[in-house]
Design a protein. Sequence first.
Length: 83
Amino acid sequence: MPIAVDIDVMLARRKMSVGELAERVGITPANLAVLKNGRAKAVRFSTLAALCEVLDCQPGDLLRWEASDEPDGQPTPDAPVVT
């Protein structure tokens, strides 16, 4: 996937657990795991804003672009959407 998610990096910097982050952001730990493991097809701006607020960071601290590993540059069609 061309967009890499670095939530683990920010969690380590803030010494925060996945469960605590999920609770403070207002999403399920399962949805947070989908996002942080790079399996999400999309993320709502409201969720991204809440992550940035709780982690005291910018969106660019959580997301970065990488060259695609997929031959056609397309994400897998069954990737879930994080709300």
